[in-house]
Design a protein around this ligand. Structure first.
Ligand code: NI
Length: 188
C-alpha cells in the first residue's frame, strides 16, 4: 500500500538497493505467488530489498509480486517515515479469521496515481511465519487489518481496484491510458 497522501513521483534520492515496482496492468501482478519452502539467504536478501523499496517509495506495505517475485512474502511498516522504523515481514500469510467491516481510502504502489474507498474486514487474524521461520499469529484491526488484506490480495493476483465498482475501474483504466499516451509523447 502507498503512504496515505504520499507523492508517488520520482524523488531523485537513491536509497540503498531498491527494486523496480511493477505497475498495473503488468501480468506479474495478476499471477498467484508460490509458497516459500526454504527461508534461505536469498529470501532474507529479498525481504531486505523489499523493505528498502517500500521505504523508498514510500509505502506502508509491499508484496513480492510487486517487485516481480512470485513468492508468498509481504513486508509492512505502518510508520515508515518515523525514527526507529521496524520492518515486519510475513512469509506464507493466510487470513484465518475475518470479522466486521471497515471502509478505507486505499492506494497502491502498483496502481499509479489513484486511490479509492475499499470495504474490507475490520479485524483479521493472519497466520504465517516470520523471517526467522518462527510461527507468526497476528490479530489486526484498523489500518493494519486493511494493509494485511491488501498485501495478501497481491499474493493472489488481486488488486484493490478489483474491489471497486466496474464504472470506477473503467474510468481509471481510461485515465491511465491517457497518462501513458501523454508520457509516450513526451519521451519521443
Ligand atoms: Ni498494493
Amino acid at each position: 500500500m502507498a503512504c496515505p497522501g504520499a507523492d508517488q513521483g520520482i524523488s531523485g534520492v537513491i536509497v540503498a538497493q531498491t527494486l523496480r515496482i511493477y505497475t498495473f496492468p503488468e501480468p506479474v501482478l495478476r499471477a498467484k505467488a508460490e509458497p516459500v519452502e526454504n527461508i534461505d539467504e536469498d529470501i532474507q536478501r529479498l525481504i531486505d530489498t523489499m523493505g528498502e523499496t517500500m521505504y523508498g517509495a514510500p509505502g506502508i506495505g509491499l508484496a513480492a509480486n510487486q517487485v516481480g517475485e512470485l513468492k508468498r512474502i509481504i513486508v509492512y511498516d505502518l510508520t515508515p517515515r518515523s525514527e526507529g522504523r521496524k520492518l515486519s515481514a510475513l512469509i506464507n500469510p493466510v487470513i484465518v479469521k475475518a470479522e466486521g467491516e471497515i471502509v478505507h481510502d486505499e492506494a497502491c504502489l502498483s496502481v499509479i496515481d489513484f486511490s479509492a474507498d475499499v470495504t474490507r474486514h475490520a479485524m483479521v487474524k493472519v497466520q504465517g511465519v516470520d523471517r526467522e521461520g518462527k510461527p507468526a499469529d497476528i490479530e489486526a484491526e484498523g489500518l493494519l487489518a486493511v494493509c494485511l488484506q491488501h498485501e495478501v490480495d497481491h499474493l493472489n493476483g488481486v488488486l484493490f481496484i478489483d474491489h471497486i465498482s466496474n464504472l470506477k475501474r473503467a474510468l481509471y483504466k481510461r485515465r491511465l491510458k491517457k497518462m501513458q499516451k501523454a508520457q509516450a509523447l513526451e519521451e519521443r
